[in-house]
Design a protein around this ligand. Sequence first.
Ligand SMILES: NC(=O)c1ccc[n+]([C@@H]2O[C@H](COP(=O)([O-])OP(=O)(O)OC[C@H]3O[C@@H](n4cnc5c(N)ncnc54)[C@H](OP(=O)(O)O)[C@@H]3O)[C@@H](O)[C@H]2O)c1
Length: 283
Amino acid sequence: MRHITLNNGIRMPILGFGVYQIPAEQTERAVTDALAAGYRLLDTAAAYGNEEAVGRAVRNSGISREELFVTTKLWVQDAPAEHNTRRAFETSLTKLGLDHVDLYLVHQPFGDVYGQWRAMESLNREGLAQAIGVANFYPDRLIDLILNNDITPAVNQIETHPFFQRADYQELMRERGVQIQSWGGFAEGRNDLFANPLLAEIGKEYGKSVAQVVLRWLTQRGVVAIPKSVRPERMAENFDVFDFELTDEQMTAIATLDTGKSLFFDHRDPAMVERLGKHRVDA
Ligand SMILES: NC(=O)c1ccc[n+]([C@@H]2O[C@H](COP(=O)([O-])OP(=O)(O)OC[C@H]3O[C@@H](n4cnc5c(N)ncnc54)[C@H](OP(=O)(O)O)[C@@H]3O)[C@@H](O)[C@H]2O)c1
């Protein structure tokens, strides 16, 4: 299964390429290499400062637009957010040099989220954002957003990796028609993930690396993954996960690595709400 179908019928690759923390001047090279390795889903954000470079790589790739799935994200907006959101979207679209995006996400559950969402619903109805969704929404906020708006988010992009697996939340989202997408699928290497003995042992059986076991585990669970790398050999390695299958026993063994806690930060921590919620990105 290389694609999943979102709640509005749009098809999305189950494995893509993320560009967070790739400096703008390295991003065109990295995305060009990722497209050459076979990736067709690209994940950027206004806050990453590299949308222009992503757009250049897309335009110079020679790959038809219909084959590509481009995601970008709206940073936190003040109330009333309808006007600000549309302006921020138009800035992103101009930077990307595209006439539409495939997925537009509310990046953080802060600011005038309901105003942001109403504006995104309009962008979706106009076909400028083929699908709309959210990121970093914990269940309480996701359910409330669903209950009080017309369009159910197609995607919730959340921290998901072997040490924070989100299985119960994935099930809740499935019941509501929201696709889970993992960010930080490798936990950015924290907890010594790439040397994890259990994941390494499982990989040995198939001649696969820890990174490949993690991506296989995510995609086999139906989680969309977007690993980041600036190295072409790792991009190729991370894309080569569709020729083996983990057994039920191996999936159960990997489940024991779950700590049920973030390795980064809690979006409900008041200090974090204040830090991220006050930050603004020029648009
Ligand atoms: N919505 C949000 O709030 C949010 C937050 C964070 C991330 N994201 C998205 O999710 C994407 C992925 O998350 P992430 O970038 O934070 O981290 P990640 O994919 O978990 O980890 C990236 C790190 O792993 C290394 N790496 C990649 N492949 C490897 C391999 N095969 N073997 C060993 N090391 C490897 C990379 O180093 P090299 O580059 O040197 O290879 C980099 O240091 C982001 O790029 C972004 O698009 C979204």
